[in-house]
Structure formats: structure tokens, C-alpha cells
Design a protein around this ligand. Structure first.
Ligand SMILES: Cc1ncc(COP(=O)(O)O)c(C=O)c1O
Length: 285
């Protein structure tokens, strides 16, 4: 059975879905997107994702393609039509279709595309520690906007894959880790403090990061929002990453240096466990 996509008001088989070659998303990366974990057939942290979508659109002066209530109906339809219990939903809004020109008029009709797929997440006890490499952060200065313009992220991730790694940590001009190509970066110090970079223009404010912060606070773990270097990560007790698709994934190797003993750290694993408890045990099916 073909997957069903939503494209500007129509639900159609994904292999037949298409957009205009004059779409500004295609020509300029002029759009924003969201990727959301689906658990028990429902979006995890739905309103936080929709808040971020509205924020990203607002910063780029793109109107919402429909009301939040209508968007929630499309989301539910796509999850149901594709029979997703556990997986990921993807939606993107581009500024619209026009003859190619850098400047855009104030009034354009935004385009909405949505797809979903089944995905089995490794359960809390089967997540293996992964390797990350470090690369220079080559992105623009508004990384807090979740734009579809992802070329530096794609180049970084490809380098990681070529190096046999799972993720690339991007490093700023001062030698501090900003974030992963599609995840937020964390370490645990030997004193047991959780460290992650504050949410300024420099990084995307990850929804999984936000959920994990809330879970860590409930467990009275100390969280310090500050930048850290790859060297500090290697010398620390643990490193891990968070994102909608990786949830909480422990990091065992940074370039060729192990983090502590190179195994999955207890804090990362406890947070992964707690995340599954928080959003519903079916994710680990
Ligand atoms: C650059 C970047 N940072 C962080 C994240 C993690 O965000 P979230 O937890 O909302 O998936 C992503 C997710 O795609 C990302 O692309």
C-alpha cells in the first residue's frame, strides 16, 4: 500500500505527490518544517511543535497555511490514513509559488506538505552508544528557525556517515559545540551536572531537549545551560544527543576518543527510559 501524503488540501499517494518547480521551497529553501515522534498514534508534545512552527513562520514572515485547529485535523488524518502507531510525521510549509525572484511580495499563499512513516525506535535498554565526529559550524546566524535550508547540516551529516559515525557535532569559531546536524548536544560532568547549550540564535530549541529538561528537573538533576567544548565532553562522564528521531541517544566516541569508558552512560539511559515512560511505552514496541 502506498503511503498517503497531504499536499495543499489533497490526500494523495506519496509517489504521485508533487509541488510546482516554482515553489520557493524548491528554489530557495524558503520554508520551515517540523519532525515529530508519533507514539500510540499521536504526536508527542504536539503543542510545543506547533508553537515552534508558528515561531519559525513568524520569524520568516510566512503566514500559517491554516489555523492550528485545522492543522491538527490534517495531522490526525495523515497518521490514521497511513496506519501509524509508532513513527515520525514530517510537515513543511513553504512561502509559496511564484516566478523565480529573490524578493518576495507580502501576500503569498503558503504551501503545506505532510508525510508520515512507521519507525521502530530501539527501546530504552537496547540503545547502543554511537560515534560523533566534529565539524566546523558553517550555518547562518538564525539557527533557532527550523528552516528547510539545511545544506550545511546535510554536508556535516554526510561527513559523519562517511566516517562511520552517527552524527556530526558542529563547532563554532571559538571551539564550542553548537549542536548536532539534526540533534541537540549534551554532556554529563564527573560531578553529575547536565550541560547543554542555551537556546539563543546559535541553536535550534529542540522539543526533545525541552522535554528531557523537564524530566531531568523532576528527578532533581542539576542542569546548567552553557556551551562546552569537544575536549570537555571527552574528559567528562557522559555525552548524549536528543532529537525527535533519536530520542535520547548515548554517545560513546567523539572523533576517535572514547567518552569515559565508551559505554552508554547511566544518566543518558535513565533519561531515555524516562522519556519513553513520559510519552508512552508503545514507542519501544
Ligand atoms: C539542528 C537541529 N538541532 C536540534 C534538533 C532537535 O530538535 P527536536 O528535539 O525538536 O527534534 C534538530 C531536529 O531536527 C535539528 O535539526
Amino acid at each position: 500500500m502506498s503511503r498517503i501524503a497531504y499536499v495543499n488540501g489533497r490526500y494523495i499517494p506519496q509517489h504521485q505527490a508533487g509541488v510546482s518547480i516554482d515553489d520557493r521551497g524548491y528554489q530557495f529553501g524558503d520554508g520551515v518544517y517540523e519532525v515529530v515522534t508519533i507514539i500510540n498514534g499521536r504526536m508527542a508534545d504536539e503543542d510545543w511543535h506547533l508553537d515552534r512552527l508558528e515561531f519559525s513562520l513568524g520569524e520568516l514572515v510566512i503566514p500559517m497555511p491554516m489555523s492550528r485547529a485545522a492543522l491538527k485535523i490534517v495531522i490526525r488524518n495523515i497518521i490514521r490514513m497511513n496506519g501509524i502507531s509508532t513513527g515520525l510525521i514530517y510537515f513543511q510549509v513553504t512561502r509559496g509559488v511564484m516566478r523565480r525572484d529573490h524578493a518576495f511580495p507580502a501576500l503569498m499563499k503558503p504551501q503545506l506538505v505532510m508525510t508520515a512513516k512507521t519507525m521502530k525506535f530501539p527501546g530504552p535498554d537496547s540503545a547502543r552508544p554511537v560515534k560523533v565526529i566534529t565539524v566546523p559550524d558553517q550555518r547562518w546566524r538564525r539557527r533557532d528557525i527550523k528552516t528547510t535550508q539545511l545544506l550545511p547540516n546535510c554536508l556535516a551529516k554526510t561527513k559523519a556517515v562517511e566516517a562511520g559515525a552517527y552524527e556530526a557535532w558542529m563547532v563554532d569559531d571559538d571551539g564550542y559545540v553548537t549542536e548536532g546536524s539534526s540533534s541537540n548536544a549534551w554532556i554529563v560532568t564527573k560531578e553529575g551536572e547536565l550541560i547543554t547549550r542555551p537556546t539563543t540564535y546559535d541553536i535550534l530549541s529542540g522539543i526533545t531537549r525541552k522535554t528531557v529538561m523537564a524530566i531531568a528537573a523532576e528527578r532533581n538533576l542539576k542542569i546548567v545551560e552553557r556551551a562546552f567544548t569537544p575536549e570537555e565532553a571527552i574528559a567528562g562522564a557522559e555525552a548524549f544527543m536528543t532529537s525527535a528521531s533519536s530520542i535520547v541517544t548515548p554517545i560513546g566516541l567523539i572523533n576517535d576518543s572514547p567518552v569515559a569508558d565508551g559505554e552508554a552512560g547511566p544518566v543518558a539511559m535513565a533519561l531515555r527510559h524516562a522519556y519513553f515512560d513520559h510519552v508512552g511505552k508503545n514507542a519501544a514496541e
